[in-house]
Design a protein around this ligand. Structure first.
Ligand code: ZN
Length: 482
């Protein structure tokens, strides 16, 4: 498999430390609010990547953190403490907020067919580990105490990694823009590993440490959680492109300083979901959630389909019109799969293998999901029987996660219920799948046939009272709720 690596700025063959095994880490959510669908785009694409690796035969151990304490890298960072902000907004404790929004995040993931990682670790559950690593960084002279806080000393590194084409000077200015300088720092890029003194004095969660009562910085949690559950060699680190600098840069700095050897080779960054007016964010009033999509009648999996239609390294523009187009295409695709019928017949293994090769090529080409979706249409057109087509699509859907077979079968069942035949002479009733109404419509037809028009009218009035309109058609009747 070839993937673009943000650390080297090129597409490279994906090579793991242990053959056929992937240690994978994902930066998880800060659980102070609902995730917006822009955040969820990253998790959808990372889920496809994980499933593509498994489909390719790798054994994957995927780890994710939950940021439930602080969200600070330095007192000078653009910072409000997001968890505190959430707690104040809703007049709840920080832990209540964390629990509520962690559950909400995984509910959204479930609706979007995003698999839960093998390990999910809230930051508050691993404080001792953070203290151990920060102590070791001080012992190795990669960290220093100033003004009550512990800082990482970026000047001690041979190379301070960056993920884009700017030089460090530009990035440092970018990060400082509009933000007061933290006078305790020795170097402009230094960042806090442990706070005991902060401008956020009302921080609710604090722990004892060798440097006083305080709480961890944000970057250290990802390094520690990964090193604990993925081991010393991480194969693949994922996140939104926002996280590349300074968060991931600082994760590399800490982890490699601690371990004394290179840490993670492959970095996978998913680009933004944009609106017509720019990047989608919580603060700009364009706060779109999975619940909102559902309230408006959208199937969350249609949003997943929308995301898969474009490449993860390109910005994706969200408009309702674009989503409607994706919904139309998704529903049409399900109808075409439904039209294949059931699983009757033998699967042609030769055709199955050839299609798998093409699908694999799409995945191997830097996770080309739009090409992978095109493979589904190719399978529908393939010169083979319906059972083979269903087997191919079922296999692709292990990666795509669009529930194509499940939804197609449900659609066929619904249609079968709507077009049921009743009566000895093949009288057909087409309705909305309600057996009680079907029975009344049939009684009315039988009364008419027996020329008992008073009874037929009585039943029609009874149906009308229930809001049902019946139309006679050749050989049967159609009813609907009006
Ligand atoms: Zn992280």
């Amino acid at each position: 498999m070839y993937l673009y690596n943000s650390a080297t700025h090129k597409k490279e063959e994906f090579v793991t430390h242990t053959p056929n095994h992937v240690e994978m880490y994902t930066c998880g959510p800060t659980v102070y609010h609902f995730a917006h669908i822009g955040n969820l785009r990253s998790y959808i694409m990372e889920d496809v990547l994980e499933k593509a690796l498994r489909w390719r035969g790798y054994d994957v151990n995927r780890v994710m953190n939950i940021t439930d304490v602080g969200h600070l890298a330095s007192d000078a960072d653009t910072g409000e403490d997001k968890m505190l902000k959430g707690a104040k907004r809703e007049n709840k404790s920080v832990m209540d907020i964390a629990k509520f929004y962690t559950d909400a995040f995984f509910d959204d993931c479930k609706k979007l067919n995003i698999k839960t990682p093998d390990v999910v670790q809230p930051a508050t559950g691993l404080i001792d580990e953070f203290i151990k690593v920060v102590s070791a960084l001080i012992d190795k002279e990669y960290a220093y105490v100033a003004g009550g806080n512990v800082y990482f000393d970026t000047s001690k590194l041979d190379r301070y990694y960056v993920f884009n084409d700017h030089d460090e000077e530009d990035l440092a200015v970018g990060v400082r823009e509009g933000v007061e300088e933290d006078a305790n720092k020795r170097n402009k890029n230094d960042f806090v590993l442990w706070f005991t003194k902060s401008k956020f004095e009302d921080q609710a969660l604090k722990w004892d440490s060798p440097w006083g009562v305080g709480y961890p910085g944000w970057h250290i949690e990802c390094s520690c959680i990964s090193m604990k559950f993925n081991g010393e060699y991480l194969d693949l680190h994922c996140g939104g492109v926002d996280n590349a600098f300074p968060h991931h840069t600082n994760e590399i700095a800490q982890s490699e300083a601690y371990l004394g050897h290179p840490w993670c080779k492959q970095w996978f960054h998913v680009h933004h979901l944009n609106t017509n007016s720019g990047k989608m964010s919580k603060s700009k009033g364009e706060f779109l959630t999975v619940s909102l999509l559902e309230e408006k009648g959208y199937d969350p999996l249609a949003y997943r389909f929308f995301c898969l239609q474009s490449h993860y390294r390109k910005g994706l523009v969200f408009t309702w019109e674009n989503l409607d187009n994706a919904v139309g295409a998704y529903n049409k695709l399900i109808k075409r799969v439904a039209a294949l019928g059931g699983d009757d017949g033998a699967v042609d293994q030769g055709v199955l293998g050839a299609c798998a090769d093409k699908f694999g090529e799409a995945l191997d080409n830097d996770l080309n999901t739009s090409m992978a979706v095109t493979c589904v249409y190719d399978a529908l057109k393939a010169d083979t029987n319906a059972a083979t087509k269903r087997a191919i699509i079922g296999s692709y859907d292990l990666v795509l996660g669009l529930d194509l077979i499940k939804k197609a079968d449900a659609l066929r069942e619904k249609e079968a219920a709507q077009a049921k035949t009743a009566g000895a002479d093949g009288f057909t009733i087409q309705g909305e799948g309600d057996p009680a109404i079907d029975a009344l419509v049939l009684q009315r037809a039988e009364a008419k046939k027996a020329k008992n028009f008073a009874e037929a009218d009585r039943i029609r009035d009874e149906l009308k009272a229930q809001g049902i309109e019946v139309t006679d058609v050749p050989g049967g009747a159609v009813w609907k709720r009006v």
